[in-house]
Design a protein around this ligand. Structure first.
Ligand SMILES: Nc1ncnc2c1ncn2[C@@H]1O[C@H](COP(=O)(O)OP(=O)(O)OP(=O)(O)O)[C@@H](O)[C@H]1O
Ligand SMILES: [Mg+2]
Length: 228
C-alpha cells in the first residue's frame, strides 16, 4: 500500500539509515514491509545479508532505472508498507520513485548548507507534482541531531521550510551509535544487545516515535486525499 520514499541529493544525509530503522520498526509492529534498494551501492541489501533481519521485512535488490516503477507497483500490491531507499544524486530513478510516492521523506542534517541540498529535493518533488498533476506529500526529517541540545540554527531552518510550505517531522533521528551498529551487526535496534552498543533504550524510543509519526502522517494525507 503506501509507498514512502527517502530522497535527498546530499550524500550521507541519513536516507538509508532512517529507511532501515523505519522499516524495522514497522515490521516489529507486525506489518509486512518491502524495502526497495534503488541505490546502485546497495546499502540496504548489504544490511539484509547480515543476521537478524525481521522475517516480515523483505528487501528487493536488483532495481534499476528501468525496473524501479515495476518494483514499487509490485510491492505496493502485495504489502502494507513499501519503503524506497535512493542514491544521493539526482537521477531518473530518483524522479521515477518520487512520482510514485505517497510520502517523500527528505532527511537533512541541521545546517544551512544541508538545508540547501534538501531544497533541491523539494524542487524535484514539485516538478514531479506538476508533471503528474498530483500532490506528492513530503516532509523534512532532521537527522544526526543532538538528543541533548536544541540548536537555534535548527529551529531557524525548520521555520524557513515551514514558511515555504514544507513541513518537517516533529521527531528527529538523533545521532545515535545504535543506528550505525545496526549496519555493522545486522538486525535492528531491538535485536542489538548492550554488550554490542550502549544507549539502546534511547535509540529504540526514537525509532518508535519516528515510525508512529510517519504512520500518523500517512493517515492524515490519505484522509485528505479521500476528501479531495
Ligand atoms: N541518526 C544517525 N545516528 C548516527 N549515525 C547516523 C545517523 N544517520 C546516519 N548516520 C551515519 O551517517 C552516515 C551516512 O548515513 P546514510 O548512509 O544513512 O546516509 P545516506 O543519505 O543514505 O547516504 P548516501 O547518499 O550515500 O546513500 C553513515 O555513516 C551512517 O552510519
Ligand atoms: Mg544511502
Amino acid at each position: 500500500m503506501p509507498t514512502i520514499v527517502f530522497a535527498s541529493p546530499k550524500g550521507g544525509a541519513g536516507k538509508s539509515t532512517s529507511a532501515v530503522i523505519l522499516a524495522a520498526e514497522l515490521a516489529r509492529k507486525g506489518a509486512a514491509v518491502t524495502v526497495i534498494d534503488a541505490d546502485p551501492n546497495r546499502p540496504v541489501s548489504a544490511w539484509a545479508r547480515r543476521p537478524g533481519k525481521p522475517a516480515a521485512l523483505e528487501v528487493v535488490s536488483d532495481v534499476t532505472e528501468e525496473t524501479v516503477i515495476d518494483a514499487i507497483e509490485n510491492a505496493a500490491a502485495r504489502v502494507p508498507f513499501v519503503i524506497v531507499d535512493l542514491e544521493g544524486t539526482a537521477s531518473m530513478t530518483v524522479a521515477y520513485a518520487i512520482s510514485r510516492a505517497d510520502l517523500v521523506i527528505i532527511p537533512t542534517q541541521g545546517s544551512q548548507l544541508d538545508a540547501a541540498e534538501a531544497a533541491k529535493a523539494i524542487r524535484l518533488i514539485r516538478q514531479q507534482e506538476r508533471a503528474f498533476a498530483r500532490r506528492i506529500p513530503h516532509a523534512v526529517l532532521f537527522t544526526r541531531t543532538s538528543a541533548a541540545i536544541r540548536p537555534r540554527t535548527l529551529q531557524h531552518i525548520r521555520a524557513e521550510f515551514e514558511a515555504h510550505g514544507v513541513p518537517s517531522l516533529e521527531t528527529q533521528m538523533h545521532e545515535r551509535e545504535a543506528y550505525r551498529a545496526v549496519f555493522s551487526f545486522g538486525g535492528t535496534v531491538d535485536s542489538l544487545t548492550e554488550a554490542q552498543v550502549g544507549g539502546l533504550d534511547g535509540a529504540i524510543r526514537n525509532a518508535r516515535a519516528f515510525a508512529a509519526e510517519v504512520v500518523g502522517l500517512l493517515r492524515q494525507t490519505q484522509t485528505a486525499a479521500a476528501a479531495a
